[in-house]
Design a protein around this ligand. Structure first.
Ligand code: NAI
Length: 303
């Protein structure tokens, strides 16, 4: 069973993706009971069309998350045009802290996925507040960045997106690090297929693409929902998928006491292991900048 806290745009779209791909039953919780109930009812009525027999329940009762394998937190404010992820931080930190206490109370054995922005800082807070082992608390951000990176590589080359494999690590924000040296099309490194100018353009588009969507329609919905389902699938089905996930570091890449996106194997226990890739000196510099951006944000957290 999967619980999603926050039945807003991302939470409800993620619930639908999880049902559509038959990953598991869903409990959708929101402080607005009618919203959660209404979304659940709407999805229940869609279920015959997608041949899904599982359960979907909407509620404002946190006790309903009892027994969840995975709890996904999408509650909190979304970024408005012109607002940075860091601006959101102190407001959402309070929400996440209080929700994590509910998770510890009702689903103490679950894996906990944080989506609320700024996701790396919220993951750090959730890890500290929950007292869970670090493998059970992680944040969604880099998989979304990676989808964007792959999309722009595919567009530039006019090649199927399916054949493009890549990874983005670091902050889920302006200092993210698309790993150009490891991006490939059917095993062929993109550095041998594209010029430096083309690659720079792809990297810039990848970094700005979240903001581009927010400027146009106010929020991002479909891509984050799809990514939440991909990660839920990796966990519930124990698929051990390799992806960029915000994880609390204890010395990996030379850093500690921070949650940041790194390559991990995601499986039934959550973060099964962290991969320490050898990075080019220039890439490592970008990763270090990402680390200081998040560390500075953590310092600015109000009690
Ligand atoms: P939204 O405003 O549509 O939905 C948020 C929902 O959370 C609302 O329905 C609200 O009632 C609920 N909520 C607030 N406090 C709550 C509480 N204490 N308990 C239960 N429910 C509560 O916002 P949207 O667009 O769904 O975004 C949600 C969050 O996800 C934002 O922080 C946004 O920035 C973040 N996000 C993160 C992404 C990522 O890649 N990590 C991608 C897209 C969004």
């Amino acid at each position: 069973m999967i619980t999603i806290i926050g039945a807003g745009r991302v939470g409800s779209a993620a619930a639908f993706s999880i049902l559509r791909y038959r990953i598991g039953d869903v409990v959708l919780i929101d402080i607005f009971e009618n919203l959660a109930k209404g979304e659940a009812l709407d999805m229940m009525q869609t279920a015959p069309a997608i041949e899904f027999d599982g359960k979907i329940k909407g509620t404002n009762d946190f006790g309903e998350m009892e027994g969840s394998d995975l709890v996904i937190v999408t509650a909190g404010e979304a970024r408005k045009p012109g607002m940075t992820r860091i601006d959101l931080m102190n407001k959402n930190a309070k929400t996440v802290k209080s929700l994590v206490r509910e998770v510890v109370r009702y689903a103490p054995e679950c894996k906990l996925m944080i989506v609320t922005n700024p996701v790396d800082v919220m993951t750090y807070i959730a890890y500290k507040e929950s007292g869970f082992e670090r493998k059970r608390v992680f944040g969604m951000g880099n998989v979304l960045d990676t989808l964007r990176f792959r999309s722009y590589i595919a567009l530039e080359l006019n090649i199927s997106r399916e054949d493009v494999r890549a990874l983005v690590i670091g902050e889920h924000g302006d200092s993210m690090v698309p790993l150009v040296e490891y991006a490939a099309v059917s095993g062929i490194p993109i550095i041998s297929l594209l010029s430096k100018a083309q690659i720079d353009k792809i990297v810039d588009l990848t970094i700005s693409s979240g903001v581009d969507v927010i400027r146009l329609k106010g929020s991002t919905t479909h891509a984050p929902a799809a990514v939440i389902a991909i990660m839920a699938d990796a966990i519930l089905r124990g698929r051990n998928r390799l992806m960029g996930v915000s994880t609390y570091l204890q010395g990996e890449y030379g850093f500690s006491d921070i949650a940041i996106g790194v390559p991990v194997v995601l499986g039934k226990n959550g973060v099964e292991r962290i991969l320490e890739l050898k990075l080019m000196p220039e890439t490592m510099k970008h990763f270090e900048k990402s680390v200081s951006t998040i560390k500075e944000a953590i310092k600015e957290l109000q009690e």
